[in-house]
Ligand binder design. Sequence first.
Ligand SMILES: Nc1ncnc2c1ncn2[C@@H]1O[C@H](COP(=O)(O)OP(=O)(O)OP(=O)(O)O)[C@@H](O)[C@H]1O
Length: 276
Amino acid sequence: MVHDDTVISANGLRKVFGRGRSEHVAVHGASFTMTRGRNLGIVGESGSGKSTLARMIMGLERPTAGDVVVCGSDMTRPAHSRSARRERAKLTQMVYQDPFGSLDPRQPVESVLREVLSIHDSGDRSARELRIAELCDLVGLTVAQRSRSPRDLSGGQRQRVAIARALAVEPRLIVLDEAVAALDISIQAQILNLLTDVQDATGTDYLLISHDLAVVSHLTQDVIVLRQGEIVEQGETRVVLEEPQHRYTRVLRDSIPSQRWREPGVLERIALGSDG
Ligand SMILES: Nc1ncnc2c1ncn2[C@@H]1O[C@H](COP(=O)(O)OP(=O)(O)OP(=O)(O)O)[C@@H](O)[C@H]1O
């Protein structure tokens, strides 16, 4: 049964690519629930099916079997009409590892946001300009940075633009697909802190795909562990990381050289420059 506070309800989600001898099962019957106010992490090594699972949740990949409902909307069916696609965009937005996945390198930041707002927002021109300023303030882009294009910004600034672009639509859920993986550790910490502030301000929930358990433990309350397309463990992030029940989770956890995910607040300390 789907409750009002259910953000994602996935039942037996399965994805098979190719046919015959080239058939590959990327996701084997994944079932789980994500609840409002509890960010969910999906962890697993490269090729374990994290992005395929996320793409099915967003309605970008059609499942071979099973179904997924996001905030009451069935994402299994293709969204053919423009209004259906617009409705879907208001449910979920994605922030990628490479911001150029959602940004034109040459389009100035303000123009990116203006375009998104004009598609999704019925407000007038002056309301849109106010909203652009509000979004840039929220993600910490200076006035000078707003008139630049993404190719003239740093990696961290570009990720701020990608986050502002996602927020412009006021989605119920933001999917962060390795969104901080390409950033230096101190910039990574700044963006994670920004994501926490944005969540406090907007109430958007996050689905976080990451191979980095420090990032997962910083931002999520619940976690799913994927191995070769199968969920081998799921539960509260703290419990799963502290007391993994599955051997694969232990291997993932122990493969982090410094075990730094254990230290509460380690990312904040790095961001503040007080971590040795
Ligand atoms: N369009 C596709 N056609 C065929 N195989 C695919 C396709 N997309 C993904 N796969 C395969 O499905 C498996 C899961 O891929 P997926 O990208 O979901 O993994 P991932 O866990 O996100 O990996 P990474 O962390 O490296 O991004 C991989 O073996 C991949 O090669």
